[in-house]
Design a protein around this ligand. Structure first.
Ligand SMILES: Cc1ncc(COP(=O)(O)O)c(C=O)c1O
Length: 392
């Protein structure tokens, strides 16, 4: 189609959204040859066969129609059952809405709970979508820096200090993208108590709940602050299902009812056969066995990557206990910004990493390395980085 050369008028709100800075780096990398990307934030595994078979079967059985907006009742029951058995949390199907991944879950939370005049506290660094969601919701954004000396956990005292009369919501994400930090039970409880005392919502984004290492445990926020928590979760990472767009939210049912109103007009419902495959993912032991195999593979890659990084000049990794990222500090004496460093690595080592500033100002001086990459590629990338950095 050849469109007329004219000015298209757009709603101001759309200009509030910043396209991810990471994209520019990827664009540059795409034009180069022999580049290894440690930038990707998605599993390199294929979805377990048992889940694929369930989707095919569902199609053949006629799951090709609309479903209730909140999701297929049996699927909502399977999610509730999972929380009851896995975490001993008393969740009912009415507390759940099935969403198109955690992206939609967080978007719904922002749009349903915040408006102009409200503030939301977002830790820094944080996954990129929260800030953009907040802008669209016209909420004020308060960032609280996460620090290495606290193992990148939210400091409850700093959280209390950041709360004002306008504060409506805190966003928390653990295991964390980009730092790989997990939250200690004590910190989860402290955050839960603060949210209750100050009557604020916690949007708790927990899609990496199963990617835990060195004995780390996950404590879902809904267990500790059920009346204040809007939990976002997803099948994307757990069962390597990023392309399926399957996630859910658990929240007090009054909130869920209002989220459904918006969801009904943007998505309607998540694809019916995808929801049916979700039931199998949760109830068939073969999908859990596949998950454990993936987790063990990530654990090995994590160990190898850390071993290399610990010996490498000019970078110091934080030891993450969750997710599939390593947050590494750039030697300050190099006097290079995160973006310059990432670009330098691309040009001199042919390796893509994400500059920490993509996740907030506090990410300056850091890079994110994803180990959701095949082992031989990871090792090759580590060798290339070591060699290039030795020359600096
Ligand atoms: C912390 C976090 N939240 C949410 C998402 C969105 O995931 P999805 O919509 O595929 O569930 C991601 C994806 O990378 C993520 O890292």
């Amino acid at each position: 189609m050849r469109y007329k050369k004219r000015k298209y008028f757009l709603a101001g709100r759309i200009n509030l959204i910043q396209r991810s800075k990471i994209r520019e780096l990827f664009e540059k990398a795409r034009k180069m040859e022999n580049v290894i990307s440690l930038g990707i934030g998605e599993p390199d595994f294929d979805t377990p066969q048992v889940i694929k078979e369930a989707a095919k079967r569902a199609l053949d059985e006629g799951y090709t129609h609309y479903t209730p907006n909140a999701g297929i009742p049996e699927f909502r029951e399977a999610i509730a059952e999972y929380y009851r058995t896995h975490y001993k949390v008393d969740v009912s199907p009415e507390d759940i809405i099935v969403t198109a991944g955690a992206y939609e879950a967080t978007y719904l939370a922002f749009e349903t709970l915040l408006e102009e005049g409200d503030d939301v506290i977002i830790p820094d660094p944080a996954f990129v979508s929260y800030v953009e969601d907040a802008k669209i919701a016209e909420a004020g954004i308060i960032r609280i820096p996460l620090r290495e000396e606290n193992e990148f956990q939210v400091d409850p005292d700093e959280l209390v200090e950041a709360i004002t009369k306008r504060t409506r919501m805190l966003v928390i994400n653990y295991p964390n993208n980009p730092t790989g930090a997990v939250l200690r039970k004590k910190v989860v409880k402290a955050i839960a108590d603060i949210a209750e005392d100050y009557n604020i919502y916690i949007l708790s984004d927990e899609p990496y709940e199963h990617f835990l290492y060195e004995g780390a445990k996950h404590y879902p926020m809904i267990k500790y602050a059920p009346d204040n928590t809007v939990l976002a979760n997803s099948f994307s990472k757990t069962f390597a299902m990023t392309g399926w767009r399957l996630g859910f939210t658990i929240a007090p049912r009054q909130v869920i009812r209002d989220m459904i109103k918006l969801h009904a007009y943007i998505i309607g419902n998540v694809a019916s056969f995808v929801q049916m495959a979700g039931i199998t993912a949760l109830r068939d032991k073969r999908s859990w066995e596949a998950l454990e195999r993936m987790r063990q593979t990530y654990a090995e890659r994590r160990r190898i990557t850390l071993k290399h990084l610990e010996k490498m000049p000019h970078v110091t990794p934080f030891r993450p206990r969750g997710a599939f990222y390593i947050w590494a500090k750039i030697d300050p004496s190099l006097d290079m910004s995160s973006e310059d460093f990432a670009e330098w690595l691309l040009e001199n080592a042919g390796v893509v990493v994400i500059p920490g500033t993509a996740f907030g100002k506090a990410g300056e001086g850091w890079i994110r390395i994803s180990y959701a990459t095949k082992k031989d590629q990871l090792v090759e990338a580590m060798h290339r980085m070591h060699e290039a950095l030795s020359k600096l």
